[in-house]
Design a protein around this ligand. Structure first.
Ligand code: ZN
Length: 498
């Protein structure tokens, strides 16, 4: 959910002018271009309903991305700019066997134009009813650009502009081209009716590397003078992220999407990390939306959590080494496989650390981390390292003979089934994330009933009989106490996080 805005806008623009297809012997592209009415198409807007799925937030590593019902969906694409706006109204589907906070209706508005991406949203942490304003999202440029060139008409335009090649296949032909100097490859299947029925490409992700994206288009029909699929299904990383039944399509309507000044002039802030001492040799490594904890052992360091991405991990590792000099980071404890909490783990593998995680996560990481990383090779790929793991079922202990670091499964949480928290018995410090996030010291508790995730955390602390003095939550503004958690659980405090 909390994808960082750290990242570089890739040079992703594609000249969208139509041109001759030099190496396209079968006439596939001209036939498809004519069949879909692409030549005079400058923009398209399509609407529908269906499902959206939250990429990277599976409840455990063997399950698909969690589903949201989409009651309204509209995508507006300007092929000349190129630019796009996607708006939807969605609400999470609560699985019958999973205790989640009551879902809240979301109305995201996501835009891209050339090398700029932004959302229309209230700023993070704003008061309710704050009006939406442009929020720069440079890390989203790659994905949103891909969404333009994987629309049926966009694919044909991009194929024509990028010297596509084609070959006959059973029941049609396959058209291929690359963009960005070969970084992104697109392969599309054109069927016997000259319709684009399947497109495959890849985009970068910190966990999955070159992440396969597959879009299938079926049920083509004439919508008001333009041929368009009635059904769109997109998978990303092997599971659906979008499943839309199209109800209306408009071509060449108004599609002016202007890059706001604050988006155009935005420079991502430097990744900052501060070290706050919680006890002798225990440091809360804070900064941004996702924190870590560093523990100074006799001849090595234990870091709890490698969130977000390599930029975050690189900054945390530098601060850890400054705070605890001349010792290697021997262990990285990973709380769970949600991508915002595992996107920086590979940097610790490159650093030589052993990954401590629940046993359910190991095969997932091993498979994900073996995928190619051609789009954005990270330090682990460059170092050609393989991860080593220590896994556990219910409990794992790390010790240097003096200080003990206990890693426990958070049992029965609706948030995740392979979910860990860390307890330091001598210091009576609990480290957790996504089970509960404290509010600022003098802030009122959030409205509504307590989050089932927080209730479950409190139950686990009681079940394990942990004597907790400080809770270092890896989301949130401050170190809290057990009394803070009990108050949130006992009175109010819905505080869902991802
Ligand atoms: Zn999570």
């Amino acid at each position: 959910m909390m994808r960082t805005v750290i990242g570089i806008a890739l040079g992703l623009s594609i000249a969208a002018t139509s041109g001759a297809c030099a190496t396209e012997p079968a006439g596939t592209l001209p036939a498809a271009t004519a069949a879909l009415g692409t030549t005079d198409l400058k923009s398209i807007e399509y609407s529908g309903t269906g499902k959206w799925f939250q990429f990277g937030q599976a409840p455990n590593p063997t399950l698909p991305w969690p589903a949201f019902d989409v009651s309204a969906f509209t995508a507006t694409v300007n092929y000349d700019a190129p630019a796009a706006r996607v708006q939807m109204t969605r609400k999470q589907v609560v699985e019958p066997d999973r205790a989640r906070p009551a879902p809240v209706e979301q109305k995201p508005v996501q835009l891209v134009s050339g090398t700029f991406a932004w959302n229309m949203a209230a700023p993070p942490g704003a008061a309710p009813d704050t009006p939406p304003a442009p929020q720069p999202q440079p890390a989203a440029v790659e994905e949103r650009t891909m969404e333009i060139w994987t629309t049926p008409h966009g694919f044909l335009k991009a194929a024509a502009a990028n010297n596509a090649t084609s070959q006959q296949t059973e029941g049609g032909s396959e058209v291929s081209f690359t963009t960005d100097g070969g970084k992104h490859k697109y392969v599309g299947r054109i069927n016997a009716q000259n319709q684009v029925e399947r497109i495959q490409t890849s985009i970068d992700n910190p966990v999955l590397g070159d992440t396969p994206v597959v879009i299938t288009y079926t049920d083509y029909r004439d919508f008001n003078g333009v041929m368009f699929p009635g059904k769109i299904v997109r998978t990303q990383g092997g599971y659906p992220v979008l499943d839309i039944t199209v109800s209306s399509v408009t071509k060449n309507g108004a599609a002016d999407i202007t890059v706001p000044d604050n988006v155009r002039s935005f420079t991502p802030p430097a990744v900052t990390v501060t070290a706050e001492k919680l006890a002798d040799g225990v440091y809360y490594m804070k900064g941004g939306s996702h924190h870590s904890v560093a523990i100074d052992q006799k001849d090595h360091i234990v870091v709890v959590e490698g969130p977000q991405d390599e930029a975050r991990s690189t900054a945390v590792i530098a601060k850890v080494k400054e705070t605890i000099p001349n010792k290697p980071i021997k262990y990285l404890v990973n709380t769970h496989a949600h991508f915002d909490h595992s996107g920086g783990v590979r940097t610790y593998v490159a650093e030589g650390a052993t990954i401590v995680t629940h046993e359910m996560n190991k095969p997932y990481y091993e498979q994900a981390w073996a995928a190619p990383r051609t789009i954005n090779p990270d330090k682990m790929a460059q170092a050609n390292k393989t991860a080593t793991f220590e896994t556990f079922t219910d409990k794992h202990t790390l010790t240097d003979g003096s200080r003990t670091v206990e890693v426990y499964k958070i049992a029965g949480s609706g948030h995740n089934d392979a979910f860990a928290m860390v307890y330091l018995p001598k210091e009576k410090i609990l480290i957790e994330v996504d089970a509960w996030a404290p509010v600022a010291a003098n802030a009122p508790p959030p409205p509504g009933p307590p989050s089932p995730f927080a209730v479950n955390l409190n139950d686990n602390i009681r079940r394990l009989n942990l004597d907790v003095r400080q809770i270092a939550a890896l989301h949130g503004p401050r170190v809290a106490t057990l009394a803070d958690l009990q108050s949130a659980v006992g009175r109010a405090g819905a505080n869902p996080t991802h």
